[in-house]
Design a protein around this ligand. Structure first.
Ligand SMILES: Nc1nc2c(c(=O)[nH]1)N[C@H]1C(S)=C(S)[C@@H](COP(=O)(O)O)O[C@H]1N2
Ligand SMILES: [Mo]
Length: 193
């Protein structure tokens, strides 16, 4: 039987009921009052924000699908946060900037090309469907990068490192595809050309 969402389900994925939780290791202890996000590297304006400062940036709400490489997809999530374009307009990447390493708590990292970060559906979010994220889903701040498998959507975001060149993150070093498009099933690094 085909679901009404079959036409936008990437190959090999299924539509999940609810919203599964998935991460490596245990979620960190989160104290929102002392949480900071630090932007560094190939940018004109290195910045450390408290959460309060980050949330004072212009906010946006957008609806997007979520695709995990373990094959579950979650449709029509309404995310609320700050658009990545807004953040990078503040940071002013230098001419050499080409990629971004997102740092989550506990040493998690994932790499994304800068131009993919500047797509109009990318945001740093703390709410979904009108509710604050739970810690297990990445509170107090996570990336949402809808056009890539969800391991790129780092939870518990603590750092935005703009790089002059590419470097592989946690899963990208452990056999996952560097580009991670669900629509062309870029799951594993042995598929890289
Ligand atoms: N910091 C951090 N972020 C992470 C992960 C992780 O292990 N640590 N796992 C990723 C993976 S593989 C997926 S599928 C999504 C899952 O997000 P969810 O638990 O909100 O569904 O978080 C991603 N972000
Ligand atoms: Mo995942």
């Amino acid at each position: 039987m085909s679901s009404p969402n079959a036409h936008r389900l990437p190959p090999g994925q299924y539509e999940a009921r609810g919203w599964p939780v998935l991460h490596f290791g245990a979620p960190p202890a989160v104290d929102a009052a002392t949480w900071t996000v630090t932007a560094s590297g190939a940018i004109e304006h290195p910045t450390t924000w408290t959460l309060e400062q980050f949330r004072a940036l212009p906010r946006t709400t957008l609806t997007a699908d979520f695709h995990c490489v373990t094959k579950f997809s979650v449709f029509d999530n309404e995310w609320h946060g700050v658009a990545a374009r807004t953040v990078f307009a503040e940071l002013q990447p230098t001419a050499e900037a080409s990629h971004v390493m997102l740092h989550g708590a506990e040493g998690y990292t994932t790499n994304v090309p800068l131009d993919a970060m500047l797509d109009d559906d990318v945001l740093f979010a703390w709410r979904r469907n009108g509710e604050d994220l739970t810690v297990e889903h990445g509170w107090p701040l996570r990336l949402i990068l809808p056009k890539r498998y969800a391991w790129k959507s780092a939870k518990w975001l603590s750092g935005i490192e703009v790089m002059a060149g590419d470097r592989r993150g946690f899963w990208e070093e452990r056999g996952y595809h560097n580009d991670a498009s669900p629509f062309t099933e870029e799951r594993y690094s042995y598929q890289e050309g």
